[in-house]
Design a protein around this ligand. Structure first.
Ligand SMILES: NC(=O)c1ccc[n+]([C@@H]2O[C@H](COP(=O)([O-])OP(=O)(O)OC[C@H]3O[C@@H](n4cnc5c(N)ncnc54)[C@H](OP(=O)(O)O)[C@@H]3O)[C@@H](O)[C@H]2O)c1
Length: 350
């Protein structure tokens, strides 16, 4: 039926007439041929895993040929997890990298592994005023050189609850959604021909933003599956705003990337039970979750592989994604853009 080469083995799927709901998978390894019957649904997740492996191999071999000497990169959320791996990969390719986050100790540890000049800037993105202050500082910093690549992987998946900040907005929404939009928006003067990459969760079908309650602080209590409502909102917000940014700034390149499952401390960092952290390490060992360094190859590859401007959405296997129906509606996007930029300017410049 099909076969896929990886570095260590050849995997061959053989359809069987006896049971249409399952396949026989032959895995040729250095120890010999292993045969296993797997249900059709398992096969598609196996295929996805292999597609992700192929993406990493493709990205690694292309990145090896690249030099980013003379380029400036800012990685927000670069103190740990996916962002730290992206920062280190950019540095090893020759870029001058600035990492941003809250934790100085973690930042020092990342900087100690960097192969080129790397600096740390402290920022807390949970307040819009903090986002604006940080953006103003970065505008000054990158004024003389320009900023070529900005990655933002700060934040976490939704947790199903709302904590209001002193500015009256949900904290998760400020970090994950407003942070990505407003930093890019405020840095446009230095990022004018550059690339802004958002690592989060593009193209969730069914996602939308309630313009009466974008941060879900009024309506979240009515949802049964609360974290799902936040996830769909994050996806729709970021997809729409990435499209608007690209449309309004023709020289800009905006990428919204879904990393798949990556083995970081993101869940334990955000108050989820320690079991999630343990499960994440287990999934990484089993090869189900990707290593952050592997996903960083893919994110860096997508950012530098070509210079086509506009907006792009990708999954972890380099597959291009299409946003949902709400996002594709021009009117929805324009209204949300007006609300988000006005809110940013109103609160951020107070
Ligand atoms: N890991 C996955 O499987 C996965 C899957 C899908 C989507 N994602 C998304 O990918 C992104 C990165 O995930 P990750 O696994 O790399 O997470 P992580 O390991 O927890 O790293 C998150 C980064 O965000 C920074 N950050 C968090 N809150 C911040 C704040 N208030 N102000 C400034 N910086 C803040 C952290 O820095 P400090 O601690 O120094 O502040 C850290 O550098 C997240 O948005 C997540 O939702 C991850």
């Amino acid at each position: 039926m099909g076969q896929l080469y990886t570095f260590s083995s050849l995997v061959k799927t053989v359809s069987t007439r006896t049971c249409p709901a399952s396949f026989v998978v032959e895995k040729i390894t250095s120890w010999g041929v292993i045969k296993r019957r797997v249900p059709r649904c398992h096969l598609s997740s196996t295929a996805r895993m292999f597609a992700t492996t192929v993406a990493v191999i493709t990205a690694k071999s292309a990145n090896r040929e690249v030099s980013l000497a003379g380029k400036q990169a800012l990685v927000i959320g670069g103190t740990q997890g996916i962002g730290a791996s992206i920062a280190l990969r950019l540095s090893s390719l020759g870029a001058a990298v600035t990492i941003a986050g809250r934790n100085e100790k973690l930042a020092e540890s990342v900087i100690s592994k960097a192969e080129n000049k790397m600096e740390f800037e402290k920022v807390d993105l949970s307040l819009i005023s903090g986002i604006y202050k940080f953006a103003a500082e970065m505008k000054k910093k990158f004024g003389p050189t320009g900023l070529h690549y900005m990655f933002n992987s700060a934040g976490s998946p939704p947790g199903g609850s709302i904590t209001l900040t002193c500015e009256g907005f949900a904290q998760d929404f400020t970090i994950q959604c407003m942070g990505r939009l407003l930093v890019t928006y405020k840095l446009l003067p230095v990022l004018k021909d550059g690339t802004s990459v958002w690592v989060a969760a593009p193209a969730s079908k069914g996602g939308k933003v309630d313009l009466e309650d974008p941060d879900l602080s009024k309506t979240l209590k009515n949802y049964w599956v609360k974290f799902l409502a936040q996830a769909l909102r994050d996806s729709a917000f970021l997809d729409s705003m990435a499209m608007e940014l690209a449309e309004r700034n023709p020289n800009l390149r905006v990428l919204h990337l879904f990393p798949g499952i990556v083995g970081t401390n993101v869940l334990s960092n955000n108050g989820f039970n320690w079991i999630f952290g343990f499960a994440s390490r287990l999934l990484t060992r089993a090869g189900i979750a990707q290593k952050p360094d592997d996903y960083a190859e893919v994110a860096v590859y997508l950012a530098i592989k070509d210079h086509s401007t506009g907006v792009h959405f990708y999954g972890p296997n380099l597959k291009s994604l299409t946003p949902g129906e709400w996002v594709m509606n021009d009117g929805n996007r324009k209204k949300l853009w007006d609300w988000a930029i006005k809110t940013g300017e109103r609160i951020g410049t107070k």
